[in-house]
Ligand binder design. Structure first.
Ligand code: SAM
Length: 274
């Protein structure tokens, strides 16, 4: 099978993180891949501190924080090296960190061992970038942040369906997407050009470690709430679409939530699995 170009940047970052012996070095070299922070003095502790702030903020905003969370199982789709996973393992009794890259998952385990609860952690490789090797009804909560926007549209919609499939009836999903914007006619074609350049021997690897170039390569898909709702039709209830500003195609019988911390181009869906 031809390697899908939207996966290359992550695989390269995974190899780079594998080569470093210190976790602080990994954060300095590849931390920008996860939350855009750069700096010669960044440490794993600084990096995890951003997740420690964001996890309770999102859970509280979405009404998903509760005393019984420590009895629940959750999956984080696109965990990376554990920026948010450490906080999730303090909140939930059983956390499945799922990612495309096995090197990131090893680092995630390390991060959680230092800053979270490794005894609450399992990892899961998303080998094909679109399906979860888990039985139906395995978790109470499925979460994904800054990940589905980097997947091809078909893969992102499939992962959303997978999130619902692995979540028990009555459980919750909270999934983050990037919606269409005015710059897309420029950004999306540039993304294709850069991703194709990633296939070039040697040059590709070099390119995919350059921050501004890789940010272009990340411009893979834009997905609107109506596409996700159509794809999950009949399998979810109590839908809320959250945004930090207006979302274009918001029509239908669901609630709208406003959360000022959300990037203007992003939106979230929260829902209960039926
Ligand atoms: C921008 S990082 C976000 C990581 C984490 N959610 C955070 O906020 O720190 C995106 C992560 O998604 C993973 N990823 C990208 N495409 C994926 C796919 N198709 N399936 C699973 N993981 C994927 C990447 O390997 C990377 O770790």
């Amino acid at each position: 099978m031809r390697r899908r170009s939207q996966l290359i940047a992550w695989k390269v970052a995974g190899r780079v993180s594998d080569r470093h012996t210190s976790a602080d070095e990994v954060v300095r070299e590849t931390g920008w891949v996860f939350n855009n922070a750069t700096g010669d003095h960044l440490t794993l502790a600084d990096f995890v501190a951003t997740g420690d702030e964001e996890v309770p903020a999102y859970l509280e905003a979405f009404g998903l924080r509760g005393p019984d969370n420590h009895q629940k199982t959750m999956i984080e789709i696109g965990s990376g090296i554990g920026r948010m996973t450490a906080a999730f393992t303090r909140e939930f009794g059983d956390v499945i960190a799922a990612d495309l890259d096995i090197g990131f998952l090893e680092r995630c385990h390390e991060t959680v061992s230092r800053f979270g609860r490794a005894d609450h952690l399992r990892t899961l490789e998303v080998a094909d970038g679109r399906s979860l090797a888990l039985a139906d009804d395995s978790v109470n909560f499925a979460f994904s942040y800054l990940t589905l926007q980097h997947c091809a549209q078909g893969d992102a919609l499939n992962l959303a369906r997978e999130a619902v499939r692995v979540t028990r009836s009555g459980g919750q999903i909270a999934l983050n997407f990037r919606g269409p914007s005015r710059l897309d006619p420029l950004l999306l074609p540039l993304g294709i050009v850069v991703r194709n350049a990633f296939r070039l021997p040697r040059i590709g690897e070099w390119l995919s470690q350059r921050r501004s170039i890789t940010r272009l390569a990340w411009q893979v898909s834009r997905i609107s709430p109506s596409q996700v709702l159509a794809s999950l039709d009949g399998s979810i209830d109590g839908v809320t679409i959250w945004s930090g500003g207006p979302v274009d195609d918001l029509q239908g019988a669901f609630r709208r939530g406003r959360f000022d911390g959300i990037n203007q181009n992003h939106w979230w869906i929260t829902a209960t699995v039926v």
